[in-house]
Design a protein around this ligand. Structure first.
Ligand code: ADP
Ligand code: ZN
Ligand code: ZN
Length: 867
């Protein structure tokens, strides 16, 4: 068929039409564009395919979101797809649908949502898109199996659809003769086999390679294979004689491991000798990068569940077996054995032929956590970790897409793991704020997880010892007829299960609260109160370990003049510069601006200008002074920036090479050390005074988490909490491990202030280089928002019992200037049956033209974590 005729709207004459979301970020392009699918690639293109399309005079990357035979575009204007970038579409159809949901919910473009779902390696420069026909090459080669064995027993293992296909054997033989072969050439030879080829690639039976792999590099491994029959081997060993000890060893090793091993694991000169005799062959194969290859995982077996665990497990399995969507809040104290329940539920999920996703906060994606999953499920697990290299990440992702693994564990974005049949999504430490992405698309992984599970009829488990108020409140209202105002309970459908006691009946450790004001009155000006100092001393004597936590929030490393009070600030942003001891530089954490720290004050020329170290640095200094010879591991942003350093430090501490693990939030999460019997909190209340309605909740969570680190094994633990606010309910309830009492107080405060979960929030931010213009625009924007809310009949006080919207501001943002752009914001609150995302989308569409004309940047954050 030909394109470019002048025939107009003759629908019946259309070939296949692809609706494509192009990777051009603007409101105007946030809709699909139609492209003709050329006949020669028609059988390859699917929903979720990544394509190159002509757009505005250049070629851009895009995703096919729908295929049809109809279009409103006149035929002569319908341009053809130029490139198909992958043989197997990177996104399954459910993720394409999820991207549409995200776009509507978070008021972002569809392309932003789609791009968030694919690994960084695939994003690349769109102009350099790969053309099917040049670079998409198919190998007959499974990275883990030799080509020779494929036609034999490997074939028997293939799914029936592939195996039964009449073309299979012919195709295989052809690929084998011609490999590597460009995909279109293969299709030319087998024009009817597109489906078959794709399926074969998807099952990892044919391997597709294209320019992504060139760009990020493919890892190759030299492999040694036996070249002789096993039966002959004994004879050969005899022939080698006793002198060739090394060669005999190599043969024995090869025999033990099924006839092939990486060259690096064998004695090279022995291999060479064997190669010369023709006993072995050496070749090179592509292997998946395995970031955990160097680690041995202790295999673990399911433990007999405690009564509490069994009760929870049964509820989860009932929903899992029913294959219906259901979400659970698993409220279990630290050490109650949540992880064991996750593991056993996942096992059931896998046995039913479905896949599982485990979400953990980035910070607790520690080797210990990975070990527990790898130890139980071995090579069935892919780990998605931001500290992996781009290549490693891409390979882990491919294992998921190609169904070589059934479990994906990772931080926030692992919620997009491209599995086809999800049975279970687990979100551990569901209260963690890192589940919210602060950049566009500003999604919350909890909401996305629930939506994705709904698509798949899957079970969601939100696990926490200290659930967020939103989750706790939604679970409390589960099954009641009255909908909580502001929440969206129909979508959450959140049942509650609990594990209130620790495994083995271990007590939660006793907590001592120390009032630091009293210490001051007693003349103690040190960072350590008398009780903490005494407790530390005892630990040193008994050779036990201590975890010391300093709440990072409220502390920073800045440079200040003691004479005039000058504080070094970023010239582009209204924020103080952070001092980095290693290099002697000061750096802006928002724009990256860096300069040397001054030795005299730029303002008064005094020499009494010095840096105020991070809390942790100062604590470390004081510890060394007070306890000479004490071995301290300091873990904070400064000391853990290097790849692997975090893991190394924890390993050292585990091996008892240090007495004290000192750090920020990082030390509070998920760690499990048998010799830790003391946890000290240096300043419990340092976050309480932040202008953040979640300050009390975060303080309570942190104290509870860190207290859970002590006495998890045979040795009893103790917690000492130093504070200037001993009477604050978050400190008091945390010291008694009383979540219910805290929640009750906190919910009362939230209800009075009308903040979530008693309303929903959106944040509208605006930035510009000139303050007066920005203020004017911000005021107009607030006005316009009010008018729109009024048109819907929503502009009412929030404490009325109607559907209501309230618009606060505009006011300057908490950081009023970043990168030389001033920042203003409005907070939008709503309750009841209000379409908050719809309202914001409407407003943003109107602001689009102002944005272009005046260079004002608008952005929306739905359910913001920070304001
Ligand atoms: P959580 O995730 O709730 O903090 P964990 O799953 O880490 O708790 O369990 C705490 C400790 O109890 C771990 O050392 C774990 O191996 C052990 N444990 C968990 N379940 C059982 C069980 N059923 N029997 C014996 N020990 C268990
Ligand atoms: Zn000065
Ligand atoms: Zn800056």
């Amino acid at each position: 068929m030909s394109f470019g005729t002048e025939s107009g709207f003759e629908e019946e004459r259309h070939g296949l039409v692809a609706q494509v979301i192009v990777d051009v970020s603007s409101k105007a392009t946030n809709r699909p564009f139609d492209y003709a699918v050329p006949d020669d690639i028609a059988s390859w293109v699917e929903v979720g395919s990544r394509v190159g399309v002509p757009f505005g005079g250049r070629t851009v990357q895009g995703f096919v979101i729908r295929l049809s035979h109809y279009t409103d575009v006149p035929l002569h204007r319908l341009k053809p797809l130029q490139q198909l970038l992958d043989v197997v579409p990177p996104l399954p159809p459910d993720l394409v649908e999820l991207a549409q949901w995200m776009s509507a919910r978070y008021v972002c473009t569809q392309t932003a949502a789609l791009q968030a779902m694919i690994p960084g390696a695939m994003k690349g420069k769109r102009e350099k898109a790969v053309q099917l026909g040049e670079d998409a090459i198919i190998f007959l080669q499974h990275p883990h199996h030799s080509a020779a064995s494929l036609l034999g027993e490997q074939l028997e293992l293939r799914p029936a659809s592939v195996l039964d296909h009449p073309l299979t054997r012919e195709l295989l033989a052809y690929v084998k003769r011609h490999e590597p072969i460009a995909a279109p050439k293969l299709l030319q030879a087998f024009p009817d086999a597109a489906r078959l080829i794709k399926e074969a690639v998807q099952h990892g039976w044919l391997v597709e390679t294209e320019r992504i792999k060139d760009r990020i590099g493919v890892k190759k491994l030299k492999r040694v294979q036996l070249a002789v029959e096993q039966a002959e081997l004994n004879e050969l060993l005899e022939a080698l004689g006793s002198r060739a000890q090394r060669q005999r060893e190599v043969l024995a090793q090869l025999l033990e491991f099924g006839g092939e091993l990486p060259l690096k694991d064998l004695n090279t000169s022995a291999v060479k000798a064997l190669q010369a005799k023709g006993y072995v062959v050496v070749d090179e194969v592509e292997v998946m990068r395995d970031p955990f290859a160097h680690r041995q995982f202790q295999p673990s077996r399911p433990l007999p569940l405690t009564e509490e665990q069994q009760g929870v497990f049964d509820s989860l399995i009932e929903a899992l077996d029913a294959e219906r969507h259901q979400s659970f809040l698993l409220h279990g104290v630290t050490g109650s054995g949540k992880t064991e329940v996750y593991l056993q539920a996942i096992d059931c999920c896998l046995q039913s032929g479905r896949e599982a996703i485990v979400l953990v906060p980035e910070i607790s994606l520690t080797p210990q956590m990975v070990e527990r999953f790898k130890g139980r499920f071995g090579s069935k697990v892919a780990v998605l970790h931001s500290r992996l290299s781009q290549g490693e990440r891409y390979d882990e992702w491919r294992k998921i897409r190609e169904r070589r693994v059934q479990v994906a564990i990772g931080a926030r974005s692992a919620v997009f793991a491209p599995f086809a049949r999800i049975g279970l999504i687990i979100m551990d430490e569901e209260h963690e704020t890192s589940y919210k992405q602060e950049e566009t698309p500003k999604y919350h992984a909890r909401d996305v997880a629930i939506e994705r599970a709904r698509q798949h009829g899957a079970v969601v488990v939100l696990g926490s010892a200290t659930p967020s108020m939103e989750t706790y409140y939604a679970a409390r209202l589960y099954g009641s007829d009255t909908l909580p105002r502001g929440l969206e309970p129909p979508a959450w459908n959140l049942a509650s299960v609990a594990m209130p006691t620790r495994v083995g009946g271990r007590e939660l450790p006793p907590v001592t609260i120390v009032d630091m004001r009293e210490q001051l009155k007693l003349g103690n000006r040190s960072m350590f109160s008398a009780p903490l100092e005494k407790a530390l001393e005892e630990r040193l004597e008994r050779n036990e370990q201590t975890v010391l936590l300093l709440n990072r929030r409220g502390y920073s490393t800045f440079v200040m003049c003691r004479t005039c009070g000058y504080v070094a600030q970023c010239p582009e942003c209204d924020i103080s510069l952070t001092y980095h001891m290693k290099t002697g530089h000061m750096r802006c954490h928002y724009c990256g601006h860096a300069e040397r720290a001054p030795s005299v004050c730029p303002s008064c020329e005094s020499e009494h200008i010095r840096y105020f170290g991070t809390g942790t640095q100062r604590v470390e200094e004081q510890l060394a002074r007070r306890f000479p010879g004490i071995r301290v591991i300091r873990m904070d942003v400064d000391t853990t920036s290097e790849k692997g350093s975090h893991e190394r430090m924890l390993q050292q501490f585990r091996e008892r090479k240090a007495d004290v693990l000192l750090g920020t939030q990082m030390v509070a999460k998920g760690l499990d050390f048998p010799y830790v019997t003391l946890v000290g909190v240096i300043a419990a209340d340092s976050a309480l005074h932040m202008p953040d309605f979640r300050a009390a909740e975060k303080t309570f969570q942190l104290l509870t988490q860190v207290a859970g680190r002590a006495g998890r094994h045979d040795l009893p633990g103790e917690v000492v909490v130093q504070t200037y606010a001993p009477e604050h309910y978050s400190v008091l309830h945390a010291s008694k491990h009383d979540y219910a009492a805290f929640a009750s107080d906190e919910l009362r405060h939230r209800r009075n202030q009308i903040v979530p979960p008693f309303c929903r929030l959106a944040l509208l931010s605006m930035t510009h280089e000139q303050l007066p213009l920005l203020v004017r625009v911000a005021e107009n924007a607030a006005m316009r928002l009010k008018e729109l809310a009024e048109q819907h009949g929503w502009l009412k006080p929030l404490d009325s019992h109607a559907d209501a919207v309230d618009i606060l501001g505009p006011v300057a943002s908490p950081i009023p200037r970043i990168k030389n752009r001033y920042r203003f914001q409005c907070v939008i609150k709503c309750r009841g049956n209000v379409d908050l995302s719809g309202l914001m989308a409407e407003a943003m569409a109107e602001f689009d033209s102002i944005s272009k004309e005046q260079d004002i940047w608008f952005s929306v954050d739905i359910d913001p974590q920070m304001m």
